[in-house]
Design a protein around this ligand. Sequence first.
Ligand SMILES: Cc1cc2nc3c(=O)[nH]c(=O)nc-3n(C[C@H](O)[C@H](O)[C@H](O)COP(=O)(O)OP(=O)(O)OC[C@H]3O[C@@H](n4cnc5c(N)ncnc54)[C@H](O)[C@@H]3O)c2cc1C
Length: 383
Amino acid sequence: MEFGWTEAQKAYRQQLVDVLERELPEDWWENYAFDGPCHPKLMDFARGFNLKLAAEGLVVPHWPERYGGRDAEPWEHIITSEEMWSNGEPRSSLYMGTNWAGPAIMVFGTEEQKREHLLTLARGEVLWCQGFSEPSAGTDLAAMSTRATRTETGYRLNGSKVWTSYAKHADICFMLAKIDDAGKSKGAVTCFLLPLDTPGVQVRSITGIHMEDDLNEVFLTDVDLPESARLGGEGKGWEIVTAIIHNERIGAARYEYARRALDRAVMHVKQRGQFHGAVKGEAARALAACESARMLTYLVIDGRVKGREPGADTFIARYAIVMADHAVANFITSHLPDLLVEPGDGMFRAFFGCAIVSGVAAGAAEVQLNMISGRYLGLPRGA
Ligand SMILES: Cc1cc2nc3c(=O)[nH]c(=O)nc-3n(C[C@H](O)[C@H](O)[C@H](O)COP(=O)(O)OP(=O)(O)OC[C@H]3O[C@@H](n4cnc5c(N)ncnc54)[C@H](O)[C@@H]3O)c2cc1C
């Protein structure tokens, strides 16, 4: 593995830095990003910002040219993610589209779906969300009860989703439902690309402990979709989710966000004359957590560049990202608690809101360990 960035990669990062410097308003952390990338004000900002990124070719450089990219290596994808997440993710949920919804469509979609969804994504025109979790189906997704019944022209969806980040202001949802007559097993799970303005879709916000306006419930009442809204075959949902999970788990380069929050926290602690002894040790451990998460993520990207099949590395990296989030959040809570309370420091408030839920959102941390121990190390269940 090569640890240095090439001149072209450095220039690419600089291009992103320039756009961020130019486009983010001065009160970015205080008035836009403080409540996370799901906040309506940030999502509204993202609509214009994403178009500007696209105009400079900075949305999906790593995609094939025919889908709006320029065939760059996946390194450019992770560089983009690092710069965006460490600035509070000004693209909002566009990242879901570029990280995993788009790649899923690239592999499993029809030509019509590719034309429709990949090009609008590359142009930065759509915000996606993910409708997997349900009231009784989080980790155990196979227990989902949202149903898709066949109609003459396609499917009718009924059910409800919960914890659906971004849904209130997103355009389209990558939705899982079970085909009605295909039994209750994983084999019935099917993917649908559901425009959120479809009649019968109702979105209701839930206030979380971590931030307002992040979470939602999505109710589906006789939602009619054409057959062309189904991604992949009936019952292929599990296969698609299993394939994209490697992109989803590490697509958000949160270790860089944690690292920059840590640097800022150390600066504050130094200014207060409190950076000594055990405090330095704590900062060093948090720094090690951020950098190991970075290296483990790079290992996965390196595998992607070299065409290796994704494996346990993804789940190890994902777990390391959670540990980095927690280490830095704990450091800030221990030494700068006053800056987490309004007005405080907008960046800390934004980072903290994301960090405290990172062991649950996008799959519980414990489940990543289960994946590593069971699927890859072959350890017995319950041991
Ligand atoms: C901020 C946030 C944003 C989210 N955004 C979305 C979204 O956009 N779309 C979406 O579909 N979902 C989203 N979720 C839901 C998230 O994916 C689920 O919360 C998560 O998968 C856990 O499911 P659950 O809440 O049903 O908890 P459960 O599955 O009941 O798990 C609760 C806890 O039990 C333990 N546990 C459960 N099963 C196991 C196991 N097999 N092995 C070991 N431990 C286990 C873990 O500690 C876990 O944290 C979001 C959640 C949060 C907190």
